[in-house]
Design a protein around this ligand. Structure first.
Ligand SMILES: [Mn+2]
Length: 314
């Protein structure tokens, strides 16, 4: 982190990006960092390959994010947040910049000129918090709100196993600095597009239990999106419903991306390591939350996923 602080102080113009299809941590961390750089008198522009989900419309400065497929411009450095490699942002031209890689995934490649990876951090938002403290930038309400959302969403509202005592010290400081926990929770969770709730109804109808009801699966077809008018952003977090069933230890959400190609989200309770499992199948993630892609018919893919999860149970 000290090298990154020196690099920031010695330079003037920065670009900030994170992974495509950004989640709360990607967006909140990017904006929090960019706002802090501006507090220091630097120029900072945020780029992303995809628009932010509607529920983050209220985030301070979210309208300044440049949605593009390429980063152009004269920047002294490019921050890449929450990515395990330089392809994750899905943006062209990144290799032409001096890259600062900040991530909390356990299997991140050292793709940057600077690489700061802390797999104990609950969210990249926590790392940005420490970076801002290290830079002695005051936490404005706008910075505090963005970082609070990053940490709140990545910890499942402080419920996941990545939540640690330090998390509460950080969000306590953010609340003292102008982040409003109840207003933020209401904006993020009580502000859902009708289409998402209707899609949720269809998805819950697909719930199946396997292996003495310890494994739950749900699946999504393109048809369900078309019927409800929901979009892919409306799907974030839905796998949690499958894991929330009493007695279920492992959950999988299969999403048809195109014919015979599925994106699979895995979730687990306790010590079951779906991150390691996803990695053996070409994906990645954390112990309790991971993802991968598989090709085949629905029956082939779901059979394989359930089979692998059964092995994990034993
Ligand atoms: Mn994250």
């Amino acid at each position: 982190m000290d090298d990154i602080i020196h690099f920031i102080k010695a330079n003037k113009r920065f670009a900030v990006t994170s992974h495509s299809r950004p989640d709360g941590d990607a967006i909140g961390s990017s904006l929090g960092l960019a706002l802090a750089l501006e507090e220091l008198g630097k120029t900072a522009h945020v780029f992303n390959a995809d628009p932010h989900p509607h529920r983050y419309d209220f985030l301070p400065e979210v309208e300044t994010i440049r949605v593009t497929n390429r980063v152009e411009g004269d920047y002294d450095g490019l921050f890449v947040l929450e990515c395990n490699d330089l392809d994750r942002p899905q943006l062209a031209n990144l290799e032409h910049y001096r890259v600062v890689n900040i991530d909390h995934h356990p299997n991140t490649n050292s793709f940057g000129h600077f690489n700061w990876v802390d797999s104990t951090a609950a969210a990249v938002g926590e790392m940005i918090y420490y970076l801002i403290k290290g830079l002695s930038v005051p936490l404005t309400p706008a910075i505090a709100t963005n970082l609070y959302v990053a940490i709140m969403t990545d910890t499942g509202s402080f419920q996941f196993s990545n939540t640690h005592a330090q998390t509460f010290q950080i969000v306590g400081d953010l609340a003292n600095s102008g982040a409003n926990p109840s207003a933020i929770a209401q904006s993020v969770y009580m502000n859902q597009p009708q289409a998402r709730i209707r899609l949720l109804g269809l998805l819950l109808d697909t719930l199946k239990l396997h292996s003495q009801e310890q494994i739950a699966t749900i699946f999504l077809t393109q048809d369900m999106l078309n019927t409800t008018g929901a979009n892919i952003n409306d799907v974030e977090g839905i796998v949690t419903y499958a894991l929330s069933v009493e007695g279920v230890l492992l959950a999988a959400f299969l999403r048809e991306e195109e014919s015979a190609r599925y994106r699979i989200s895995l979730r687990s309770k306790d010590h079951y390591d779906v991150g390691a499992l996803a990695e053996t199948l070409g994906g990645g993630g954390h112990r309790n939350a991971a993802g991968l892609r598989l090709e085949g018919t629905f029956d082939e893919v779901s059979g394989r996923v359930v089979g692998e999860l059964e092995k994990l149970l034993r």
